[in-house]
Design a binder for this molecule. Structure first.
Ligand SMILES: [Zn+2]
Length: 180
């Protein structure tokens, strides 16, 4: 479920029940590495094979702290993010690809804790820079998915048309049939 149009919100969405049953996408260290790669945040390198499951425990704790901020404004996320940011080690690399060279950030991936750095930066960027009115939760009545609305008209309502959008359409159709 990489649907949020912002990696920090996709991070919040790594637990959810888009089809009814709750799914935890960050069960263990390997899951965390695979997710970082899927969402395009970082390549885990050799950690993909060796990351211990306790780093997934830490990632989930960070995620739920972040959720408490998003839901209730709990400020504890600031200290948590800052303690991770203080350990950042990365550099930019200029890639000679295609017609225009590309700049990309290369992360130091030596210790399991290094896996949390790109996530903490994504959270910090979301909180510091993004338009808060564009950061919303899906309108699905029981859906917990978050997204950033990057549409021109700022009218996105659903985590995904295929899941909650269609469910709402079907419910509206049923209601209409009933009233006829
Ligand atoms: Zn939804």
């Amino acid at each position: 479920m990489i649907i949020a149009d912002h990696p920090a919100l996709d991070f919040l969405n790594t637990i959810g029940a888009p089809k009814g049953e709750e799914i935890e996408w960050l069960e263990n260290g390997a899951d965390l590495c695979a997710w970082l790669d899927d969402v395009g945040l970082a390549e885990a390198g050799s950690l993909a094979e060796t990351a211990p499951d306790k780093i997934a425990v830490q990632a989930r704790a960070l995620r739920e702290q972040f959720r408490r901020y998003m839901n209730d404004g709990d400020p504890a996320i600031f200290d948590q993010v800052n303690s991770i940011l203080a350990k950042e080690h990365s550099h930019l690399e200029l890639l000679q690809t295609g017609e225009v060279p590309q700049l990309r950030r290369v992360w130091r991936m030596e210790k399991p804790e290094d896996l949390l750095v790109p996530i903490a930066i994504a959270i910090a960027e979301l909180l510091a820079e993004d338009a808060p009115e564009r950061v919303r939760q899906c309108n699905g009545p029981t859906c917990t998915m978050w997204f950033k609305d990057i549409s021109k008209n700022n009218k996105r309502r659903w985590c995904s048309m295929a899941v909650c959008g269609n469910r709402a359409k079907a419910a509206a159709h049923r209601a209409k049939l009933k009233s006829e």
